[in-house]
Design a binder for this molecule. Structure first.
Ligand SMILES: Cc1cc2nc3c(=O)[nH]c(=O)nc-3n(C[C@H](O)[C@H](O)[C@H](O)COP(=O)(O)OP(=O)(O)OC[C@H]3O[C@@H](n4cnc5c(N)ncnc54)[C@H](O)[C@@H]3O)c2cc1C
Length: 427
């Protein structure tokens, strides 16, 4: 079988690229070893949270400052208009999750650890946790649910540097008997979807929150009907209610994966998980077929283009072997952002600037991986997301923003020649 594009990776970057290509009528195949970081990370889109040590308020203008001093940064290959268009596109495609925000302003949302984190976009179930205007907040946990600690969140917010005063307290509720068997986020979310847990929560909170308190609950309000449940809680409680990210797994991240994957499947795109891209058949500097290993052997999928969205070290797109060698795992592509000496791979402190944190593939403006002389390694290979070098996403708080923006732009680069051919034919 042959495809217009084979996308390697089912994280945010791969799904974004695949969906945009599919929407333009392309026949797309997505292959992935497994799901990506969606299932671990909160479903916010963080374009740029920090520039150096300064918290970013306006990502659009700070991205411009960042790329002026960091030429290899993935955002350096995207115009301001493209970045804004990518976020607009994402907001509408994640439809039922009702994202709010934009590229001109960061929300400031509490993390699972009670750290205020700047995010450009967030599902509206989470956006009410915006701390910028200050106020009184109560964080509600469920006894025995180990992935959410309201006291830790309230204590850490009390110590945080915030634009306006925030008063935060914790409240722990006991889930109704019979609902405490397996206290995992997935199970509790399932109970919100199917068993009317929201009625219990409304009753439990009614006389225990102050009239002016905003109510933060763990982000487990359902996998299928979270937005509906959130609306009901806000209406019935008459206060601002918001989901707060839990420790992994991330229920909002799973919702996001499901929304994008469903949109792809609805338009006939195949997503094959549990397989591994191992290389490609090439001819004259072009990829002609992608080799994909499954449990029984290797299958070659013929294709006109390929998007490599295989993630960084965590997802296996990059690997560091026991001899200290770092490599891109499918094509052994040249890497940028590497430390000058081979000897120092790790800084001693966990939160120190780690020497390999900017390692990844360097590209041209069409997101094609390039060699040391700046020429594309393959003319029809594009890369997107955490496989790209030149950024330090953990420090910048830019990982999900880079995935959406570069997934969108890589798809745009693949579509551009086709669009040009159509307009030339019309002329
Ligand atoms: C716990 C956690 C919390 C995070 N929190 C935040 C946050 O708050 N804000 C933020 O901006 N970012 C955060 N991130 C980072 C962010 O999630 C990532 O930067 C980003 O989403 C990466 O997306 P991606 O699609 O590029 O890669 P990934 O999501 O890593 O997906 C890579 C995909 O490629 C597949 N793959 C790899 N190799 C192959 C192969 N050879 N063949 C086939 N498939 C392959 C994998 O199976 C996977 O499907 C967090 C990450 C984690 C793990």
């Amino acid at each position: 079988m042959s495809y217009d594009t084979v996308v390697v990776g089912a994280g945010l970057a791969g799904l974004t690229a695949a969906l945009r290509l599919t929407e333009h009528g392309q026949r797309v195949l997505v292959v992935a070893r497994g799901v990506g970081a969606t299932h671990l990370a909160p479903a916010t889109v963080d374009v740029l949270g920090y520039l150096g040590d300064a918290r970013v308020e306006n990502p659009a203008s700070s991205v411009a400052t960042l790329v002026a001093s960091s030429r290899d940064h993935p955002y350096g290959h995207i115009s301001a208009d493209q970045l804004a268009a990518a976020l607009d596109w994402f907001t509408t495609r994640a439809g039922a999750l009702s994202y709010v925000g934009g590229v001109e302003e960061n929300l400031l949302l509490p993390t699972a650890l009670g750290v205020p984190k700047p995010s450009a976009l967030a599902p509206r179930t989470m956006s009410g946790g915006d701390l910028r205007a200050g106020g009184r907040f109560v964080f509600v946990g469920f006894k025995g649910f180990k992935d959410f600690h309201p006291t830790l969140i309230a204590d850490n917010l009390a110590r945080a540097r915030l634009p306006a005063p925030v008063a935060a307290r914790a409240l722990e509720l006991e889930l109704p008997a019979g609902r405490r068997v397996d206290m995992s986020g997935r199970v509790i979310a399932g109970q919100f979807d199917t068993e009317n847990l929201s009625e219990w929560l409304i009753t439990a909170l009614q006389n225990r929150v102050e009239p002016d308190e905003h109510i933060g609950v763990p982000a487990v309000l359902g996998l299928r009907r979270a937005d509906e449940t959130w609306q009901k809680l806000e209406t019935r409680l008459g206060r601002k209610v918001f989901e707060v990210a839990t420790l992994p797994p991330s229920i909002p991240g799973i919702r996001l994966f499901d929304a994008l994957a469903s949109a792809l499947r609805a338009s006939g795109t195949r997503i094959v998980l549990g397989v591994r891209a191992v290389g490609a058949r090439t001819n004259g500097g072009r990829i002609e077929a992608v080799d994909v290993a499954n449990a029984t052997g290797t299958v070659s999928h013929r294709t006109d283009a390929m998007v490599l969205a295989s993630g960084g070290f965590a997802s296996g797109g990059l690997e560091l072997d026991s001899f200290g060698a770092t490599r891109e795992t499918v094509f052994d592509l040249p890497l940028i952002g590497m430390p000058e000496t081979d000897r120092v791979r790790f800084a001693p402190g966990y939160f120190d600037a780690q020497p390999l944190s900017a390692a990844g593939v360097g590209t041209d403006d069409q997101f094609r991986p390039v060699d040391a002389s700046g020429r594309p390694v393959y003319t029809n290979l594009h890369a997107a997301g955490a496989i790209l070098g030149g950024a330090v996403p953990w420090k910048e708080k830019s990982g999900t923003g880079i995935s959406v923006a570069t997934g969108y732009a890589a798809a745009g680069a693949i579509l551009a020649p086709a669009a040009q051919a159509v307009s030339e034919a019309v002329r």
